[in-house]
Design a binder for this molecule. Structure first.
Ligand code: KIV
Ligand code: NA
Length: 264
């Protein structure tokens, strides 16, 4: 498979070809994901939960993400890798640039930040200086304590309208990709049509430009619990390469996510 870049992802959106992304944290799985055709890997701060056993993502440090980004890059030298910026590593422009640079030097192709319009100046500074940015709206887990739990976002009209404005502000600031997490499918569809950058959904229905899953959810080992929006592809496929291929195929065909995985 040819090397995927931000241009490839934009082209996929424009041609209606679905992007299949997975989280990854180590070299072995990253190699398997690359070999089986995953388009994008995310070194997610979800590692605070699935690797470190925390009850949220707040304890993850920039060093943690840099370390796992090196591991992922070593296993998947040709895959497009996004690195999450952890909690409180992007609270002002200078800190944002310093921490993002560390993640890029560790092997990332792009960094991801949680939040809307308030990130405008930081995203502008990053992209001006050569660091591609992915936004993240909806259930942004670093704000779990403000939300009062891991709850669907954007159900009220006012919140939904604000999310659309936030998405457009992120694009104006220079973001080239956007993750939408746990929002009603109709809102995810509206956001996807309101921006020209690709959207990647998780718990956001099938009308986004792509999907992402935490790799532990794909194989059904997330602490014995499978979120509603996820699916155990290993159960069906019987082996890891098969599970990865089935996920990519089902995202491409629109079979995943189906109505049972979405929020209204
Ligand atoms: O940290 C993570 O795994 C994420 C995805 C769920 C989008 O941010
Ligand atoms: Na994350």
């Amino acid at each position: 498979m040819a090397k995927i870049t931000v241009s490839t992802l934009k082209k996929m959106k424009d041609e209606g070809q679905k992007i299949a992304a997975l989280t990854a944290y180590d070299a072995s799985f990253s190699q398997l994901f690359q070999d089986n055709g995953v388009h994008v890997l995310l070194v997610g701060d979800s590692l605070g939960m699935v690797l470190q056993g925390g009850s949220d993502t707040l304890a993850v440090t920039n060093q943690d993400i840099a370390y796992h980004t090196r591991c992922v890059r070593a296993g998947a030298p040709d895959t497009f890798v996004i690195a999450d910026m952890p909690f409180m590593t992007y609270s002002n422009v200078a800190d944002t640039c310093k921490h993002a640079a560390e993640l890029m030097r560790a092997g990332a192709n792009m960094v991801k930040l949680e939040g809307g319009e308030w990130l405008y100046n930081s995203i502008h500074a990053l992209t001006q200086q050569g660091i591609p940015v992915c936004g993240h709206l909806g259930l942004t887990p670093q704000s779990v304590h403000v939300f009062g739990g891991f709850k669907i976002q954007g159900r009220e009209n006012e919140q939904a309208e604000k999310m659309i404005k936030d998405a457009q502000a992120l694009e104006r600031a220079g973001a080239q990709l956007l993750v939408l997490e746990c929002i009603p499918s109709a809102l995810a569809a509206r956001i996807t049509q309101s921006v020209s950058i690709p959207t990647i959904g998780i718990g956001a229905g099938k009308l986004t430009d792509g999907q992402i899953l935490v790799m532990h959810d794909l194989v059904g080992i997330s602490a014995g619990y499978i979120p509603k929006f996820s699916k155990n592809f290993l159960l069906e496929a019987g082996n890891m390469p098969g599970a990865v291929k089935k996920y990519i195929d089902d995202v491409a065909s629109g079979d995943f996510p189906s109505t049972e995985h979405e929020f209204n």
